[in-house]
Design a protein around this ligand. Structure first.
Ligand code: C2E
Ligand code: MG
Ligand code: MG
Length: 709
């Protein structure tokens, strides 16, 4: 039954209101209440009235509820609670309250506090229920709790140390497990005490700087600090500090991360980046670094230093013949000897391979005195390194060549100094190795000349500056041309015709000989094949001689290259004779022999060039499948004037005869030289006496002329 204006008067808490007053008062309360208000008849529980919040909260329009009970519309999630509420209402005159849950029309459950009060109206006894909906508040509380739990979890499970202190006093308010792990202190040890009571921050100046930074910027980001744990061990930490308001108290939130391991790893990486892994010596990068420091330091104190560039002579042979592990051991022994022989303030570095550098600093005295001193030191070093070493059952002896640059006399930058020491080293090697060589300005020119030559050579092939000349080889018996040696010519754009002795070595060292050598072989085969086609040479009795440099011969596919070349130009294999030098056998005799045999099987023959100037060792000569020896022109030239050379020629001829090898003399310029050779039964020769090297056209004309004769 809805409350109407007729239902007055009524009593509320013993206060008697007039009908008009009470109606007005009640209606106001009823509708203005921010809560749900419901009026039910006491005797049968039928709903009489409800305010607008009832519908908006529980979804029931008033007209659908009137005449039904709260149980009928399923308001109670637990009907027992209704009973409870009623009991309490009777037990006290005051409004009874109860924490309860009411259910909305759509099934949604609302938590709330229910206030109930009995109401006596003229029409009967009623129950006034006020429901304060706590659902949102409860949800908010739950969310807060969850967030607090989350924060606590994050706080404690963080791998970092997190500390909250009171800013003004430095008092520890909260620390997490990360803090305990990092410092060794427990939360009980520190909470309530101040940061000043512990020496966790190891460095006082760092602490002052931190406070300053806090004052200036209001916070601190990723500052690296030294800390001290409970045992007094130093730890490196990365610290960030943020201000934090807690219950109106200014606090600091401090996070610290242990970066000791990171620092160690960093140091290790840095060590690796600046040291050579085999010997643990400083590498080029570190040397350059120290060198630039030294240059500045020496200049400031008016002192000198020296850069010794060392290279082990023939180290490659050790690696090739005994293997890399032995080579590595040699380098370690050398390292130990070098380190033992320099002062602590000097630097020994390894640039790679068998190249070492010793940086000596703080030398006093006149320039000449310093030069003497350094030379003396370098020579002592050389002797020390040359001491025999016993490795893996081998007795080894390695000698170094040393190039020296003076600091600052020979350069003011690390790169310049290193380059100049290297130039001096090159000169030391050139002059026969196992030597010390001081840099001299004239060397710079030689070095830059060489560099220019190298650059020019790189373009020579593409620019068509190379050509081949052919020097006839003659059999004195019958004066027949029995062969020709192809000789490389280079028409340099500005320097004119350059003799091969001036550039073959450069090509060999730079590796250009591989490409150019290939071209030479092709060019010679092409020319030879042309002469055969024109019927100018007798394919049964002619040798086309091509010089092959050691590096060229060592190419793994050398045999295939030669084979391909002969096929391409259709030159009969037996026409080709390869001139090799003793340098070829220095490395891997077995491989050399195998390759030679393969080529010989194809019909190609071999001559040993410049014989007598190298090892001239019978042992390997016996094993090498060569067909002929070429007596070096230096012996031929002096054989008629120098009895010693005459003797050498005689011995070589005898050796060839006993080994059943053909013999040919080169560089024959005079008739008397030819007579001397003939008397030894050496009938083949090559030299200006018969002909200088000729262009291909010139050689062709010569052959034609001879054919007509
Ligand atoms: P080599 O192989 O011993 O060549 C013989 C050298 O002696 C040639 O010098 C030739 O011109 C020179 N010669 C010949 N007869 C006489 C003579 O009667 N008197 C004098 N004084 N010299 C004579 P060239 O052409 O200057 O070559 C010098 C060296 O350069 C060659 O010595 C050879 O080792 C190298 N070479 C030349 N051409 C080539 C090539 O195509 N490939 C390779 N790898 N080396 C080459
Ligand atoms: Mg030759
Ligand atoms: Mg020769």
């Amino acid at each position: 039954m809805p409350i109407t204006a007729d239902s007055a008067p009524f009593r509320l808490n013993g206060l008697v209101l007039t009908a008009k007053e009470s109606e007005k008062h009640f209606a106001t309360l009823f509708n203005l209440s921010p809560n749900v208000v419901l009026l039910t008849r006491f005797e049968d529980g039928l709903i009489c009235n409800a305010n607008c919040h009832f519908e908006s909260t529980f979804g029931w329009p008033l007209q659908e509820c009137v005449g039904r009970t709260t149980l009928d519309i399923g308001l109670w999630t637990d009907p027992l609670q209704r009973r409870h509420a009623l009991d309490r209402t009777f037990a006290t005159a005051k409004p009874a309250h109860l924490e309860t849950q009411w259910c909305a029309r759509d099934g949604g459950v609302h938590d709330g506090t229910l206030y109930t009060q009995q109401l006596e109206l003229d029409a009967g006894v009623y129950l006034l229920s006020t429901f304060i909906d706590n659902t949102e508040h409860k949800l908010a509380q739950q969310a807060l709790k969850a967030s607090e739990e989350k924060f606590a979890k994050a706080f404690h499970s963080s791998p970092d140390a997190i500390i909250i202190t009171e800013q003004a006093t430095g008092r520890y308010l909260e620390v997490n497990d990360g803090f305990c792990r990092l410092t060794g202190y427990s939360a009980d040890d520190v909470i309530g005490r101040t940061v000043y009571e512990f020496a966790i921050m190891a460095d006082i100046t760092q602490r002052t700087r931190l406070i300053q930074e806090m004052e200036e910027h209001g916070r601190v980001r990723n500052r690296e600090l030294l800390g001290r744990d409970k045992n007094g061990e130093i730890i490196t930490v990365d610290v960030s500090i943020d201000p934090l308001m807690l219950n109106d108290i200014e606090c600091l939130l401090i996070t610290a991360r242990d970066i000791s391991q990171l620092k160690n790893a960093q140091a290790q990486i840095q060590h690796l980046a600046y040291h050579d892994s085999l010997t643990n010596l400083p590498n080029r990068a570190l040397l350059m670094d120290r060198l630039s420091q030294q240059i500045a330091l020496l200049k400031r104190h008016n002192l000198r230093g020296a850069l010794l560039f060392l290279d082990l002579d023939h180290f490659k042979h050790i690696n090739d013949s005994l293997g890399h592990p032995v080579g590595d051991s040699v380098l370690k022994v050398i390292t130990a000897r070098l380190e033992a022989s320099v002062r602590l303030e000097d630097t020994v570095a390894r640039l790679g391979g068998d190249e070492f550098v010793v940086l000596i600093s703080g030398l006093e005295g006149t320039r000449d005195a310093v030069i003497d001193q350094v030379r003396g030191q370098a020579d002592t070093l050389r002797q020390l390194l040359a001491e025999p070493m016993f490795l893996d059952g081998h007795r080894l002896q390695v000698t170094p060549s040393i190039g020296v640059a003076l600091i600052p006399d020979h350069g003011s930058t690390p790169a310049d100094l290193l380059k100049r020491a290297d130039i001096a080293l090159y000169r030391a090697k050139d002059s026969g190795r196992n030597a010390t060589q001081m840099f001299h300005s004239t060397m710079q020119k030689a070095a830059s000349d060489r560099l220019r030559l190298e650059n020019d050579l790189r373009q020579a092939l593409a620019r068509g500056e190379f050509s081949l000349s052919y020097q006839p080889q003659v059999d004195t018996r019958g004066n027949r041309i029995v062969g020709a040696e192809a000789l490389l010519r280079w028409q340099h754009p500005s320097l004119g015709n350059l003799p091969p002795n001036q550039f073959i070595q450069v090509m060999e060292e730079s590796g250009m000989i591989l490409e150019v050598g290939n071209w030479i072989l092709e060019e010679a085969c092409k020319a030879g094949s042309e002469l055969v086609r024109k019927g100018l040479i007798d394919t049964q009795d002619f040798s086309l001689c091509v010089n092959i440099s050691p590096r060229q011969f060592r190419q793994t596919d050398f045999v295939e290259r030669v084979e391909r070349c002969l096929r391409t130009y259709d030159l009969p294999n037996r026409l080709l004779k390869l001139e090799i030098t003793e340098g070829i056998v220095i490395q891997n005799l077995e491989d050399t022999i195998a390759k030679m045999l393969q080529l010989k099987q194809m019909g190609i023959s071999f001559a040993m060039d410049d014989f007598g100037t190298g090892y001239s060792s019978l042992t390997y000569l016996k094993r090498l499948p060569v067909d002929a020896l070429k007596i070096d022109q230096s012996f031929v030239r002096d054989a008629t004037s120098d009895p010693n050379d005459a003797e050498i020629v005689r011995a070589i001829v005898a050796m060839a005869a006993s080994l059943n090898l053909a013999i040919i003399a080169e560089g024959v310029e005079k008739q008397e030289q030819l007579d001397f050779l003939a008397q030894l039964d050496c009938h083949f020769y090559q030299g200006f006496l018969f002909s200088e090297p000729l262009s291909v056209a010139g050689f062709e004309a010569l052959l034609r002329e001879r054919q007509i004769e």
